[in-house]
Ligand binder design. Sequence first.
Ligand code: 5AD
Ligand code: SF4
Length: 493
Amino acid sequence: MQTQDLVGIITYGDEMKENILEKINQAPDTEPERQYYFMELAKELVEEKSKEAGRKLTFCVVTFGCQMNARDSEKLEGILEHAGYEKSEDEHSDFVIYNTCTVRENANLRVYGRLGNLNRLKQKNPHMMIGLCGCMMQEPHVVEKLKKSYRFVNLVFGTHNIYKFAELLVQSLVQKTMVIDIWKDTDKIVENLPVDRKYSFKSGVNIMFGCNNFCSYCIVPYVRGRERSRNPKDILREIEHLVEDGVKEVMLLGQNVNSYGKNLEDPITFAQLLEEIVKIDGLERVRFMTSHPKDLSDELIEVMGNYPKICNHLHLPLQSGSTKILKVMNRRYTKEQYLELVEKIRRAVPGISLTTDIIVGFPGETEEDFDETLDVVRKVRYDSAFTFIYSKRSGTPAAVMEDQVPADVIKVRFDRLLKEVQTISAQEVGRLTGTVQEVLVEGMNDHDPTLVTGRMTNNLLVHFPGDESMIGSLRQVSLDTCKGFYYMGTERK
Ligand code: 5AD
Ligand code: SF4
């Protein structure tokens, strides 16, 4: 970077410009030291900007998509707070970041729509900066479009270099033009960066990044790269620190947690990792997401049955009940294998709550194929299911398949599926009525200030009389009535 490239955004004097350049050039090469160095530098720059504005500067990170993105956003927030920005939930902020998702097309459309609004806000606030990151940015056509039609965006980066956000933040605080840094892939995992957790008592923990499965409809392997597992020691240390900090429940995150550890220098299975994690004193609950049926081992099922700390819930994406469609989807299991797996899990972990993802209208799906999906739904009787209309993602094999199903046909099937899923769920969810269950209190009830809201190990919500002091604690609650997707209860003291 040259002095003449420097901004702009803050009216730095020439001397300060020289000074900043020199500091940037002196950054250490090793991580995470380099990022901590840039956080300090960002702090100086933000302070300067804040003086100019005559107030504290604020940030707002908006998360689209899955739990992985939610966790990434907590990392961005940690760095922004370190740099001296104040957190806000409002997009009328001085730094707004959209952490995007691209798994279905309407996720992309929503981002473009909202960017128009942000531009209007930016025109009114000379200090405002806009950043975009996440999966959508890994698509070259998106970046082209941003360069051409959304020039007001200050910073664009992808999923592989999120660890260097502090460095990119400094760059965008001083550079006149849009800062763009997208990597195709990486094998790098940087540990020990700051995180601003949304909840004090529960936290996501990444155990792996990327996906090697290439389901034919899915864009994730293209935007999140190849599978990389974190070192078990790093994961255990992170969880131990979280527990020391008051965390009771962790959610282990990965696109395909069941293949955790396969590519490590000293390979370890996901089940072995879980066995180590449950030993951590003070940790009360462990969840994980997402499991691919093809990789869910007997060893894991046994471990799930053996340790009460492992939550009584499994999200097991079905995608389709038709063996023919599953084959074209490249899921590598049949309808029968899926059903056998469900039976095995239910035998080992009685009462487990099963949830799933289903796609309707994959290319070539006939009425008979769709009936197979309904059949699995009726046999498994999921507690809940996320149902998706197939969305064509360019670059994936399914996008160029013949026999794309017409939208009106998909709509009819989708409505039928939704109805079936909801009917079954309403019958299943109530099965714990009258029992006493352990509930982790997550917060005050949104509508009634005399109630608190908590979650059972099966992931269902319970509302019961209580107060703020109970947040983050585990309580024994009697489930009095089931209201469809949640329970009303009373604490057993
Ligand atoms: N169209 C519709 N749904 C999709 N999913 C992934 N890709 C697509 C697509 N192209 C769904 C799958 C996955 C969930 C996270 O999103 O069901 O499990
Ligand atoms: Fe996508 Fe399949 Fe990987 Fe899940 S397992 S992220 S659906 S490719």
